[in-house]
Write a protein that binds this ligand. Structure first.
Ligand code: SAH
Ligand code: SF4
Ligand code: F3S
Length: 473
C-alpha cells in the first residue's frame, strides 16, 4: 500500500522524469474474461483522456464496456478534485456503489484520478470506504492490471497512490470516444502553483512529451481518419520549457499544423506563457483553429497577485487585443473565479470591467472553493456565501449576454462544421462544432458524419446554433 502525501506532492526537484513504455504483461490478458466494466469520469479533458486509456487497458484484459452500472462486474470512478462540489458528487456515487456491493459482493469497485491523490481523501477511504477494491492515482494508470490481479487474489483493498513528480508513460493504448477527433497529451502536470489550485499537487511536475512522440501520434491519428486533434495540457504554452531545448509551443503548433491534419486545437493556455510567435503561427496556418481558451480568473490586479497568476489586467488585455487583431475571426473564451479570499466589491467590479471589454464568446465561472493544502485555503476569507453567490449570478448574466451576442453574429453566415454525431436534441439532425468551437445542430444526411462541411446558420439558440448543410458540399 502506498498513500499520498501532501508534503511530497509539493516538491519540485531537477530530477529528469523517466519515460516508461507501457506494455500489458501476457499473464493479465484474460483477467477480465466474461466481465463487464463501467467507468464514470469527472473533471477536465485530462481525465477524459485518462479514461480513454483506462478503457483500452481494461479491454486488453478482455473486459467489455457497459454503460449500465448495475450490470457491471467492475465499477471505476475517475475523479476530480478541483472544487468541493466535485468531491461531494463522487462520494454520493460511492454511496450508491456500496449498496450494489452489498447485494453483489463479487463486484470489483475502484476509484482513481485527482481526488485520490489528496492525502485527506486517501485517509477518508482508509477510514470509511475500506470495502473498495482498488484505488490508484494519476501517476500509475499503467499499474491497473497488476492492482486488479492482486485485489482479486487477496480480496482486500489495494491502494497505490504515489505523490511523486511523475513519469512520462508512452504507448498506453486509448479507446477514443470519437472516431474523428482526438486528445493528444503534450505535457503532464503543472508547475504554476496558482494559490487556489490543487492540480500541481494531484498531477505532479510539468513533464513535456518529446515532439517526436507527439507528432508520431498525430500522424497515426491522421492516417486512421481523424480530422481533429486537441493538444492537451494544463498549461500548454509552457510546452518544452522543462527540456531546455530550443523548441517551444509555437514550434510544436507549427509542426502539428504541417502534418496536414485538418484541425488542430489546444487547451489550456495560461496568459503568462502566450508568446507573439504563437499568435503568428495560429494566424498563419488555416488548420490551426481560431479558438483560444484564455483563463482570466480575475480582473483585479490585487486578486491576480494573491492568486499567483503572474499577469495584470493590463497585460492580459494587451495580449487579448493582440490575439483579436492578429487572428481573423478568433473566438476567445475564459474561466473566472469569484469570491477569492478578500475579494471586495471593487475587485469584483474590475472583473466585470474586463468582461465588458473582452465580450467573451463564453466563460466558465466558479465560486472559489478552498482546497486543502493550497495557500489560498489558508487566506482570510470574510465574504459571506450569499454575496459570492450574488456575484456569480451577476457575472453569469453579463457573460450570457455577450455569449448570446457572439452567437447572433453567426446568423445567415456560412461556417465550417465537423459533423460528429446524431444530434442529441433531434435524431433527424447531426451535431458538430465550428472552427470557432460553436456547437451547431445541422440538417444534413447521416453519411456526412465524420466530414467537415459548410453549414449555413439559420437560427440562434442560447447555447447552440442551428444550420443546414449547403448543397455544394
Ligand atoms: N490550467 C488551467 C485551469 C485548469 S482548472 C489554467 O491555468 O487556466 C479549470 C478552472 O477551474 C480554472 O481555470 C479555474 O477557473 C477553476 N478553478 C481551479 N481551482 C479552483 C478553486 N479552488 N475554486 C474555484 N475554481 C477553481
Ligand atoms: Fe492550476 Fe494554475 Fe496550473 Fe492552471 S496553471 S492547472 S490554474 S496551478
Ligand atoms: Fe479535476 Fe484533475 Fe482535471 S483536479 S480539473 S481532473 S487535472
Amino acid at each position: 500500500m502506498q498513500t499520498p502525501n501532501l508534503m511530497e506532492a509539493k516538491k519540485r526537484t531537477k530530477i529528469e522524469p523517466k519515460t516508461i513504455n507501457y506494455k500489458l504483461d501476457n499473464k493479465y490478458k484474460d483477467l477480465g474474461k466474461n466481465k463487464k466494466y463501467y467507468i464514470k469520469t469527472y473533471g477536465c479533458q485530462m481525465n477524459e483522456h485518462d479514461t480513454e486509456n483506462i478503457k483500452a487497458i481494461l479491454e486488453q484484459m478482455a473486459f467489455q464496456e457497459t454503460d449500465n452500472m448495475e450490470n457491471a462486474d467492475l465499477i471505476l470512478l475517475n475523479t476530480c478534485a478541483i472544487r468541493e462540489n466535485a468531491h461531494n458528487k463522487v462520494f454520493g456515487m460511492v454511496g450508491r456503489i456500496k449498496h450494489l456491493k452489498e447485494s453483489k459482493p463479487n463486484i470489483i469497485t475502484g476509484m482513481c484520478g485527482c481526488m485520490v491523490q489528496e492525502e485527506v481523501v486517501a485517509n477518508e477511504i482508509l477510514n470509511k470506504y475500506k470495502w473498495l477494491d482498488i484505488v490508484f492515482g494519476t501517476h500509475n494508470i499503467n499499474e491497473l492490471p497488476k492492482l486488479l490481479e492482486k485485489s482479486l487474489k487477496e480480496k482486500k483493498l489495494e491502494l497505490e497512490v504515489y505523490s511523486i513528480e511523475g513519469d512520462i508513460i508512452e504507448n498506453m493504448p486509448a479507446k477514443r470516444d470519437s472516431k474523428y477527433k482526438a486528445w493528444v497529451n503534450i505535457m503532464y502536470g503543472c508547475d504554476k502553483f496558482c494559490t487556489y489550485c490543487i492540480v500541481p499537487y494531484t498531477r505532479g511536475k510539468q513533464r513535456s512529451r518529446t515532439k517526436e512522440n507527439i507528432l508520431k501520434e498525430v500522424n497515426e491519428l491522421k492516417t486512421n481518419g481523424y480530422k481533429e486533434v486537441t493538444l492537451l495540457g494544463q498549461n500548454v504554452n509552457a510546452y518544452g520549457k522543462d527540456f531546455n531545448a530550443n523548441y517551444d509551443m509555437s514550434d510544436l503548433l507549427e509542426e502539428t499544423a504541417k502534418t496536414g491534419i485538418e484541425r488542430v486545437r489546444f487547451v489550456t493556455s495560461h496568459p503568462w506563457d502566450f508568446t507573439d510567435k504563437m499568435i503568428e503561427v495560429i494566424a498563419k496556418y488555416p488548420n490551426i483553429m481560431p479558438y483560444i481558451h484564455l483563463p482570466l480568473q480575475s480582473g483585479s490586479d490585487r486578486i491576480l497577485k494573491l492568486m499567483g497568476r503572474r499577469y495584470t489586467k493590463e497585460s492580459y488585455l494587451k495580449l487579448f487585443n493582440k490575439i483579436k487583431e492578429t487572428i481573423p475571426n478568433v473566438s476567445i473564451t475564459t474561466d473566472i473565479i469569484v469570491g477569492f479570499p478578500g475579494e471586495t466589491e471593487k475587485d469584483f467590479n474590475e472583473t466585470l470591467d474586463v468582461v465588458n471589454t473582452c465580450k467573451y464568446d463564453s466563460a466558465f465561472t466558479f465560486i472559489f472553493s478552498p482546497r486543502e493544502g493550497t495557500p489560498a485555503a489558508r487566506m482570510e476569507d470574510n465574504t459571506p456565501k450569499e454575496i459570492k453567490e450574488q456575484r456569480l449570478y451577476q457575472l453569469n448574466d453579463l457573460v450570457n449576454k455577450y455569449a448570446k451576442e457572439a452567437n447572433q453574429r453567426y446568423l445567415n453566415k456560412t461556417v465550417p462544421v465537423l459533423l460528429e454525431n446524431i444530434s442529441e436534441k433531434d435524431e433527424n439532425m447531426l451535431m458538430g462544432y465550428t472552427d470557432t468551437m460553436k456547437l451547431v445542430n445541422v440538417k444534413a444526411p447521416k453519411d456526412k458524419i465524420g466530414q467537415i462541411v459548410k453549414v449555413k446558420i439559420t437560427d440562434i439558440k442560447t447555447w447552440s446554433l442551428d444550420g443546414e448543410i449547403i448543397s455544394e458540399n
